[in-house]
Design a protein around this ligand. Structure first.
Ligand code: CP
Ligand code: NVA
Length: 317
């Protein structure tokens, strides 16, 4: 089968067609089946990946390290406390050097421009492991988890409750719009996604048949939701906004009463994690029977492995 990811970076799902995203999701399911069946090969043998982190991470770092390492590759973790990037050396120069030593680069940090510059100047595939405005590898795992649960994406409805303008909410809107999942944001008006990303996603949705809608009212947004998704109220780098967010978002906590508003018995709960239990979600919901947050976290590894296998053009089985 033609591999559309050969040599490609993943900076945002907005840059990729629904068919290319479908290719990665299918490969992710295959990679998970292999792992579950104990069939781990050595596809990354002799390969190296640089993992650059300006911000903290548990899942993203561990997904990249374990997926690459368990198949014989050598991941190198580089915190910006240790390397010259941004301090004594330009992004362009760092990218040029890393591109000569590594087969691929992952970047997590503040600016989307940094991950774009790494891709432009390194000449190797670059993966966005979260920036202030996007988190595409997260959304691959989210889509995979919805698909595992309901056996389809098109026609499903996902409602994001909380800070509708953050990186995860934006990335989800892109992924859902591309793949035909109806995407609703339930949040205070001041935290709705901005007009520019909304307009881009509406164009993707027109092509896929997805609906996109925003509401301040949980009663309006939640009915019919197959998945209710939330994220922290205060993202990394926004700590100064903590007090304001608590006030704004308290009525939007995902608790049993809010989950009940979907009117469906099979609604699942998703969270990219890390979670602040008692703020955006209650322990009852995230630790309860509707929660798929833990398998969603596991799926980070399978989707990230699929992405690396495809973009490094390695055997898919
Ligand atoms: N969901 C996610 O990206 O988690 P980490 O911040 O732990 O990587
Ligand atoms: N919105 C969160 C996601 C963490 C995975 C943040 O940026 O901190």
């Amino acid at each position: 089968m033609h591999n559309p990811w050969k040599g490609k970076s993943l900076l945002s799902l907005a840059d990729h067609s629904p068919e290319d995203i479908r290719y990665l999701l299918d490969l992710s399911h295959a990679v998970k089946r292999e792992k579950r069946g104990g069939l781990v090969s050595r596809r990354f043998e002799g390969k190296t990946i640089a993992l650059i982190f300006e911000k903290r991470s548990t899942r993203t770092r561990c997904a990249f390290e374990t997926a690459f390492g368990e198949e014989g590759g050598h991941p190198v973790f580089l915190s910006t406390q240790d390397i010259q990037l941004g301090a004594k050396e330009s992004i362009e120069d760092t990218a040029r050097v890393l591109g000569r030593m590594f087969d691929a680069i992952e970047f997590r940090g503040f600016k989307q421009e940094t991950v774009e510059a790494l891709a432009r100047y390194s000449g190797v595939p670059v993966y966005n492991g979260l920036t202030d405005i996007d988190h595409p590898t997260q959304v691959l795992a989210d889509l995979m988890t919805v698909e595992e649960e309901f056996g389809r994406l098109k026609g499903e409805k996902l409602v994001f409750v909380g800070d509708g303008r953050n990186n995860v909410a934006r990335a989800l809107m892109i992924g859902c719009a591309k793949m035909g999942v109806d995407y609703f944001v339930v949040s205070p008006n001041s935290l709705f996604p901005d007009g520019e990303i909304l307009a881009r996603c509406r164009a993707f949705a027109e092509a896929s048949g997805a609906k996109i809608a925003l509401s301040e009212d949980p009663e309006e947004g939640l009915p019919g939701a197959g998945a209710v998704y939330t994220d922290v109220w205060v993202s990394m780098g926004e700590e100064a906004k903590s007090g304001e967010r608590m006030r704004l978002l308290a009525p939007y906590q995902v608790n049993a009463a809010l989950m009940g508003k979907t009117g469906r018995a099979d609604t699942i709960f998703l969270h990219c994690l890390p979670a602040v239990k008692g703020n955006e979600v209650t322990a009852e919901v995230i630790d309860g029977p509707a929660s798929r947050a833990w398998v969603e976290a596991e799926n980070r590894k399978h989707t990230i492995k699929a992405l690396m296998v495809a973009s490094l053009s390695l055997p898919t089985s």
